[in-house]
Design a protein around this ligand. Structure first.
Ligand SMILES: Nc1ncnc2c1ncn2[C@@H]1O[C@H](COP(=O)(O)OP(=O)(O)OP(=O)(O)O)[C@@H](O)[C@H]1O
Ligand SMILES: [Mg+2]
Length: 144
């Protein structure tokens, strides 16, 4: 395991801290900058979604056979329609969240763009598990 972080819902003051720490740990491991950037960008979006929508959550980062694997589990409202949530511009963020500069509906699409594989499992009124992987192998890894 590379790192594990607890995220508290509504804790906007700490927004981005976990993904910043993930970035630093990947740097210390000497991973290629392009890989680090993609993991950090996707992790940031996942971290923010836990802060904005969930009660609490955990971000876990592992180095697997294919690349960097991130698993974000939260206890929260869940996502009723995942296909809709994946669409660019779709957001249920309330006005105060938009005033803080979040809620453009670009987070999940951004995670998809920056990862080589992603999966969302969600149960309404229980929570969401988001997993994604950024491949280390150049030929399997690509910017989209
Ligand atoms: N962990 C989560 N729990 C519950 N709902 C979520 C979660 N993550 C995303 N969603 C739902 O999916 C929608 C789209 O998420 P996405 O991250 O793409 O956009 P956003 O968070 O609304 O805005 P942005 O990420 O651009 O600040 C959210 O508005 C919310 O309805
Ligand atoms: Mg988001």
């Amino acid at each position: 395991m590379i790192a594990e972080f607890q995220i508290q819902g509504q804790d906007f003051k700490k927004a981005g801290e976990a993904s910043f720490e993930i970035k630093n740990r990947l740097k210390r491991l000497g991973l290629p900058p392009v890989i680090i950037r993609r993991v950090a960008t996707a992790s940031y979006e996942a971290e923010l979604n836990v802060i904005v929508y969930a009660h609490k959550g955990t971000i876990r980062v592992d180095l697997g056979d294919q690349g960097v694997e991130v698993k974000v589990t939260d206890e929260g409202p869940g996502i009723p329609d995942i296909a809709m949530a994946m669409q660019e511009g779709y957001s249920t963020a309330p006005p105060y969240v938009k005033q803080l500069g979040y809620g453009s509906g670009m987070g999940l699409p951004n995670i998809k763009k920056n990862s080589d594989w992603m999966e969302i499992q969600s149960e309404v009124n229980r929570g969401t598990t988001l997993r994604f992987r950024v491949n280390l192998n150049e030929s399997q890894s690509r910017d989209r």
